[in-house]
Ligand binder design. Structure first.
Ligand code: ADP
Ligand code: MG
Length: 256
């Protein structure tokens, strides 16, 4: 379940339903602006958002509307100017850089539009990268990498380099890299933006499987309504404000 709206309306919802919805991600009054020289560019304006564990959320909106910014805040890549970002009970906006990096490595898997694989590393080595930050033995690392490659259907490509793979395969290696540490949350920024329709469909099916079978909570930014239709719920970001689209529960305003 996804809930947007102010703290007040959220409270109303909870009391009317007599039960507290389980929440994995809770953004409270999150504001973000960038500064270029003396000009302040407002991006996110007091965002309130609750995302339940196991959600598969698509985030849409025009280019420049702040989708990547919002995703990066939730993933702990960037910090808000104000507000709280509580994930699994922890306000990550309060963490220092080092703690945040540690938190990210444990809890978040990243999937990018252009895959971001390292060209001089094999598929195996690319997927192994996040594990080099852990204390796992070489043997254990191999087990985890091969398991992740098997999930995305590429065990037989472990020795291939990115240039020897198709775009769809590169994205599958990138997804293996994202899941190899078994994170709670997967964030995907236009994961099908650079793929043909067939490869895009395969990637979306894979994300759906990771959600349904492996219970990953997924937030996916996309321009493509077809891609968004694979998600449980769709939110639109425009002019710094989130609004609902089909399937998202929105609390009626308090004055109604
Ligand atoms: P989207 O992903 O929806 O296309 P972004 O989140 O990338 O949008 O960007 C939102 C706005 O913030 C844009 O106006 C962009 O120019 C600005 N912006 C993003 N990152 C930075 C940055 N590091 N410094 C300054 N402005 C930025
Ligand atoms: Mg973007």
């Amino acid at each position: 379940m996804v809930v947007i709206g102010s703290a007040q309306t959220r409270q109303r919802y909870v009391s009317e339903n007599q039960e507290m919805p389980e929440t994995l991600i809770n953004l409270v009054q999150v504001t973000k602006h960038y500064r270029r020289d003396t000009i302040e560019i407002p991006v996110l304006d007091n965002i309130d958002l609750e995302i339940a564990p196991g959600e598969f959320l698509a985030l849409m909106g025009p280019s420049g509307s702040g989708k990547t910014t919002l995703l990066n805040l939730i993933a702990g890549i960037d910090k808000p100017n104000s507000g709280r970002i509580v994930i699994d009970g922890k306000d990550i906006a309060k963490l220092g850089e080092q703690q945040l990096a540690k938190w990210r490595a444990r809890h978040v898997g990243f999937i990018f539009q252009l895959y971001n694989l390292i060209p001089v590393l094999s598929a195996f080595e690319n997927v192994e990268l996040p594990l080099l930050l852990t204390k796992l033995s070489k043997k254990k690392r191999r087990d985890h990498v091969m398991t992740a490659l098997a999930v995305v259907g590429l065990e037989d490509r472990e020795r291939h380099y990115p240039r020897q793979l198709s775009g769809g395969q590169e994205q599958r290696v990138a997804i293996a890299r994202a899941i190899v540490t078994d994170p709670t949350l997967l964030v995907a920024d236009e994961p099908t933006g650079d793929l043909d329709a067939k490869s895009a469909e395969e990637i979306l099916d894979l994300l759906k499987r990771l959600n349904e079978e492996f219970h990953k909570t997924i937030i996916m930014v996309t321009h493509d309504p077809r891609a968004a239709s694979h998600a449980h719920s769709v939110l639109h970001l425009e002019k710094g404000v989130l609004s609902k689209s089909g399937g998202v529960y929105e609390v009626p305003a308090a004055h109604h």
